[in-house]
Write a protein that binds this ligand. Structure first.
Ligand code: ATP
Length: 353
């Protein structure tokens, strides 16, 4: 078990115009499951690789259990990494793949066998121990890669997009299994993904990154309910938050845009200030006294209906639980659920309040 801390960590690859990771500060508690998430190129893999020792740290420190390991060799860090492509040895059986690191560490054969059997049991791999990776399904291969990490009982597990080669259904199943296994083992885990749903469902805390910088670090609920800026607000949640640009009314308590949309806000803001408001699809409601909207597209998903509306000055998506039998072209009134209008600065996108 271990705590981890990134302290002002920067990695700038020679010849690139911006740092891959810039001044990253990230404390991770013992036993915590932290997910690094963000779009391609945001620096999440580089952060993980610096923690594992596969990548250099230019400045700053990475501490494991309070000790600076940023210049230590990978083998000295006691971390185990699970990769996207599994990195299994094709000529070795499942049992040999799982026991690989213990054999390298010259552990006794009986100990290796016992640890492999325990891990195989946990992962449902017992019937497959004598098979070769080519004779396994994608999900089974992924489990073998995890098995290889857990037999070592390291201080820290690192996962780099471990589910991206699996089909949608198996991904959902495996994310549940990984989360459950981590809970049982209690080992501090850092997990990289570009998939915000994976992040939301698995993490104790999520670090959202963009262009090498940490945008926000918090629990899934904190990020969802109080995103610190439009980037996090738009990245977390699916379908994404609706944004409408405009300004604060003279009374400070309403928003309006040039196309005539007007909406009550929950707080008081500087009159005339340029803002962007954000409303999640599930917080839009039909209301006769709301602002005017035209149905553009209806997508029933079974559990709910996704409706795209033309609204004054743009479009907005609503997810409605009840069946309203709306048709394209129909005119309705729309409003936002009280307490669910996010207000961001129109210039820098930071949350206001
Ligand atoms: P992805 O999801 O696509 O893997 P990521 O968020 O994990 O993206 P990184 O792989 O950490 O992003 O890359 C961050 C930035 O650093 C990118 O702009 C990338 O092009 C750059 N980069 C990564 N590795 C190197 C390298 N070895 N040399 C030069 N630039 C690199």
């Amino acid at each position: 078990m271990a705590t981890i801390e990134f302290r002002n960590v920067t990695r700038h690859f020679p010849g690139t115009h911006r740092a891959a990771v810039e001044h990253l500060n990230l404390p991770i508690e013992d036993g915590e499951f932290v997910v690094l998430v963000g779009p391609s190129g945001c620096g999440k893999s580089t952060s993980l690789r610096m923690l594992s020792g596969l990548e250099l740290v230019d400045s700053g420190e990475i501490l494991i259990d309070g000790k600076d390991i940023s210049r230590a060799r990978p083998s000295e860090r006691d971390v185990a990494m699970v990769f996207q492509n599994y990195a299994l040895y094709p000529h070795m059986t499942v049992a040999d793949n799982m026991g690989f690191h213990l054999r390298i560490a010259k552990r006794p054969k009986s100990e290796i066998r016992q640890k492999v059997e325990i891990a195989a049991e946990k992962l449902g791999l017992t019937p497959f121990l004598d098979r070769y990776p080519r004779n396994l399904s994608g999900g089974q291969r992924q489990r073998v890669a995890m098995g290889r990490a857990i037999v070592r009982t390291p201080k820290v597990y690192l996962f780099d997009e471990p589910l991206s080669n699996l089909d949608a259904k198996l991904r959902v199943q495996m994310r549940g299994e990984i989360k459950k296994l981590q809970g049982e083992l209690g080992t501090t885990t850092v997990y990289v993904t570009h998939d915000q749903i994976e992040a939301m469902t698995m993490a104790d805390r999520i670090a959202v990154m963009s262009e090498g910088k940490l945008e926000q670090y918090g629990t899934p609920t904190e990020l969802y309910d109080r995103p610190v800026n439009t980037f996090v607000a738009g990245f977390i949640g699916s379908p994404g938050m609706n944004f409408i640009e405009g300004a604060i009314d003279a009374d400070g308590g309403h928003f309006h845009n040039d196309a005539g949309l007007r909406l009550a806000l929950d707080g008081t803001f500087t009159p005339g200030r340029k803002v962007t408001i954000g409303i999640r699809p599930e917080h839009l409601r039909l209301a006769e006294d709301g602002f005017g909207a035209n149905v553009d597209l209806v997508e029933p998903t079974g559990a709910e209906e996704m409706i795209v509306f033309d609204i004054p000055g743009g479009q907005a998506t609503a997810s409605l639980r009840e069946r309203n039998n709306l048709r394209k072209g129909q005119k309705v009134g729309l409003t936002a659920a009280p307490g669910h209008v996010h207000v961001f600065c129109g210039e820098n996108g930071n949350r206001l309040e």
